[in-house]
Ligand binder design. Structure first.
Ligand code: ZN
Length: 411
């Protein structure tokens, strides 16, 4: 195989995955105007339904624009030997391979993010604002960006430096060490996410005393979940959209409820949502996800170790000297079909887990308030009630409302 063939395989993968993705988007968009299933007719009144259709269409067109732009920029960058150019530029600052790789990835990621900045600005301050969702101030928007970059520079930088160091010190076995360190970081992140990452962006407070807390306490006792593991987060700082999630494990486990959720739902509905989140914990979903992620990371690093120092890959990108960072870029694209398949599998498992958590809420609390709560959330988020099954299969981490409704109604 020649470097040229590898180059065109890379372009082919980028283009085909784009076409496939747009095909799914198109299929999904063709069902935007489908009649709403009978069971969900009470979700929207006429006016809100029309608003939701406009919202879906606008998001669809905007997604088409941004992804086309991204594809064109990426392909142009490959054709213009962009990676070779950045590699040479990074090498002009240092001879140290770790420093070169940090400059290389740092500048590419920063440039990519700056290019996407106008799109993310438009999405937040024009589209989301138009439908009444946006509550992000410009200050929060800018601070979020800066904090995100700082966090990526620190965490990503340390991890990348460690992996390259192992690569250069331990040779072909480096993938085992890289796997080990990424595993340790993944476990720590899962454990400390709520303590270390979330506070950088949000405020979390314990549940305030009152009727809701009393109701939640009564429920939590019946399933043996501690009340001090329930937190409220100021999601209203960025959007009116409501949410809740479970994170961590062991002593660090917690349920986080958005303040917007507390505002939008009745007390019974909030307890039902909480019961769903406790279901994720009781069914060990966090642990299972963690194990899957550790196994796939190991597989990815092993595969990477077979290809990363190939001269063929670096020559395909127009770089004469093979290096870890150039190998990683080429590998990243060549590997993307595999990671797509893994993503499909993860979404499939995630949807199964959602049904299990719903069933847990039904068994230990009540299905009715969960149904009405989910319907309200769908209405307030202007959710698509008629997604195409293929689109759901590829992209949805949660089952569509209709399926959850039918599952919860089942005796
Ligand atoms: Zn869930």
């Amino acid at each position: 195989m020649t470097p040229e063939v590898v180059f065109y395989i890379i372009i082919g993968i980028l283009t085909l995955s784009f076409i496939f993705d747009k095909f799914l988007d198109h299929l999904n968009a063709r069902h935007f105007n489908d009649p709403i299933p009978e069971e969900l007719e009470d979700v929207y009144d006429q006016a809100t339904y029309r608003k939701s259709q406009k919202y879906k269409k606008e998001k669809y067109r905007f997604g088409l624009l941004t992804s086309t732009f991204t594809l064109l920029i990426t392909i142009a960058f490959f054709f213009l030997d962009g990676f070779a150019w950045v590699d040479a530029w990074a090498r002009s600052y240092s001879e140290n391979s770790i420093v070169i790789a940090l400059i290389f990835f740092g500048s590419i990621l920063l440039a990519g993010d700056l290019l996407s900045l106008p799109f993310s600005y438009y999405n937040t301050f024009v589209i989301e604002a138009k439908y009444g969702f946006n509550t992000t101030t410009l200050k929060t928007f800018i601070l979020d960006k800066l904090k995100g970059w700082a966090m990526l520079a620190i965490l990503g930088g340390i991890l990348l430096a460690a992996i390259i160091w192992f690569y250069e010190t331990t040779g072909p076995d480096f993938w085992i060490y890289a796997w080990a360190i990424v595993t340790v970081v993944t476990i720590l992140m899962n454990l400390l996410y709520a303590r270390l990452i979330v506070p950088v962006f949000n405020k979390q407070t314990p549940l305030e005393p009152g009727m809701l807390r009393t109701k939640i306490e009564a429920y939590a006792q019946t399933v043996g979940f501690q009340l001090d593991k329930i937190f409220v987060i100021d999601g209203s700082k960025r959007s009116t959209k409501a949410n809740a999630y479970f994170s961590g494990f062991g002593r660090e486990k917690r349920v986080t409820l958005y303040d917007t959720l507390l505002k939008d739902l009745e007390e019974e509905e909030i307890v039902a949502v909480l019961a769903h989140e406790v279901g994720h914990y009781k069914r060990n979903h966090i642990i299972v996800n963690l194990i899957i992620s550790i196994v796939t990371t190991g597989f990815t690093f092993w595969l990477l170790s077979l290809f990363v120092d190939s001269v063929l890959l670096s020559e395909a990108l127009g770089v004469a000297t093979p290096s870890f960072h150039i190998g990683l870029i080429a590998f990243g694209v060549l590997y993307s079909p595999i990671s797509e398949v893994i993503g499909l599998l993860l979404n499939y498992i995630s949807r199964k887990f959602e049904f299990q958590a719903d069933n847990f809420a039904k068994a230990t609390y009540n299905a009715q308030p969960l149904i009405s709560g989910l319907k309200k959330l769908s209405r307030n988020n202007l959710s698509n009630l008629t997604p195409h099954p293929a689109y759901v299969f590829a992209h949805y981490s949660h089952p569509p409302l209709l399926q959850r409704f039918r599952n919860l109604k089942r005796k």
